[in-house]
Design a protein around this ligand. Structure first.
Ligand code: NAD
Ligand code: ZN
Ligand code: ZN
Length: 346
């Protein structure tokens, strides 16, 4: 089968032919219908050899949807032909967080060598994908795989971040979304669906701010060293109740810290190396700062339910398997609006 692999440190990913995988006992083989392209992969491919945590070659793609093509011995939960989305942050399934569906915070994944598809295990940008356990599959039940597949990360990750702040996002509150890309443009829709907060989107690029307005941002602000002042001005000097930073680089974490209101939340989702110093006087009183990872299994179901209700619609740009390297190139140079989705069997 064809697969998009990162093969050499520092090189671009390549489409190669690899043996067709076969499901072992307890596993499920999916024929991949759609696979999303996340900016995290670009970070992964920028890591030096000394810090690279996975084995090469690595088949990319941690957002996957597919049709069940074969069942390993003992799998009875699904049937061949079922359309499913893949929950990506695989855990052991039995530790305390896993038992509560929070496999993104599995206590034993590292020790047991369990990795998400595309981030250690063979990923979804391939004609076929092995899923280690049927509990990682969510039935699509009629949802379109192409526009749904980004919800497994670009939807689930902002959902998990936003849910933590829901008690604060009451009428009269303000939520700021920094970075209106794959994750950010879904975050804006989730905030509009789940809260009465006024939503301010911040980005460098005018086309991203246009998309932000299209998907429901009330206000947009250009990202520069005056962005926090403009957010303050838009909130009568109070600042933002919650800031969700989907860039997480030093300039944006600085904006987040300068824009947040007393008792507000700063959530750093982007992995751009920025930090927010916490300590008396460093921030407005009682601000909470956190940096979460992905989301839980029950939350993925909730995000898919929101999509079924029509509350979120991912803007996708599709690519065939042979164009997959181009999708990464375009994402790297800021040319994707919304999410790039690869159709490995399209
Ligand atoms: P993306 O490339 O689709 O979107 C990034 C957006 O940020 C773009 O619209 C870009 O124009 C904008 N941007 C870049 N620099 C900016 C700046 N200085 N100020 C304002 N806007 C700026 O990326 P994505 O796939 O949505 O991922 C967003 C970030 O989230 C990445 O860092 C990714 O690695 C990270 N991520 C984290 C998790 C997690 O679990 N914590 C999960 C998925 C992705
Ligand atoms: Zn991701
Ligand atoms: Zn676990």
């Amino acid at each position: 089968m064809k697969a998009l692999q990162y093969r050499t440190i520092g090189a671009a990913p390549e489409v190669v032919t690899v043996p067709d995988p076969e499901p072992g006992p307890g596993q499920v083989l999916l024929k991949v219908t759609a696979a999303g392209v996340c900016h995290s992969d670009i970070a992964v491919m920028s890591w030096p050899e000394s810090e690279f945590p996975y084995e090469l070659p690595l088949t990319l793609g941690h957002e996957g949807a597919g049709t069940v093509a074969a069942l390993g011995d003992g799998v009875t939960e699904f049937a061949v032909g079922d359309d499913v989305a893949v929950y990506g942050p695989w855990g052991c399934g039995t530790c305390h967080p896993c038992a509560a569906g929070r496999e993104n915070y599995c206590l034993r994944a590292a020790e047991l060598g369990i990795n998400p598809p595309g981030l250690g295990a063979p990923g979804a940008i391939a004609e076929y994908l092995i899923v280690d356990n049927p509990r990682h599959l969510e039935p699509l039940n009629g949802l379109d795989p192409v526009s749904t597949v980004p919800l497994t990360d670009a939807g689930l990750t902002p959902y998990h971040a936003i849910v933590r702040s829901l008690p604060k996002l009451v009428p009269g509150s303000t939520a700021v979304v920094i970075g209106a890309g794959g994750l950010g443009h879904v975050a804006i829709q989730l905030l509009r669906a789940l809260t009465p907060a006024r939503v301010i989107a911040v980005d460098l690029a005018e086309d991203k701010l246009d998309l932000a307005r299209t998907v429901g941002a009330h206000e947009t602000v250009t990202s520069d060293d005056k962005a926090a002042d403009r957010i303050k001005a838009l909130t009568d000097g109070r600042g933002a109740t919650a800031v969700f930073d989907f860039v997480g680089a030093p300039p944006t974490t600085a904006t987040a810290a300068a824009a947040v209101a007393m008792e507000g939340d700063v959530t750093i989702v982007g992995i751009g190396g920025g930090t927010v110093p916490v300590g008396f006087g460093a921030l407005p009183f009682e601000v909470t700062v956190t940096a979460p990872y992905w989301g839980t299994r029950p939350e993925l179901r909730e995000v898919l339910d929101l999509a079924r209700a029509g509350s979120v619609r991912v803007h996708v740009e599709t690519f065939g398997m042979d164009e997959a390297p181009l999708a990464y190139e375009r994402l790297h140079s800021g040319k994707i609006n919304g999410r790039a989705v690869i159709l490995p069997n399209g």
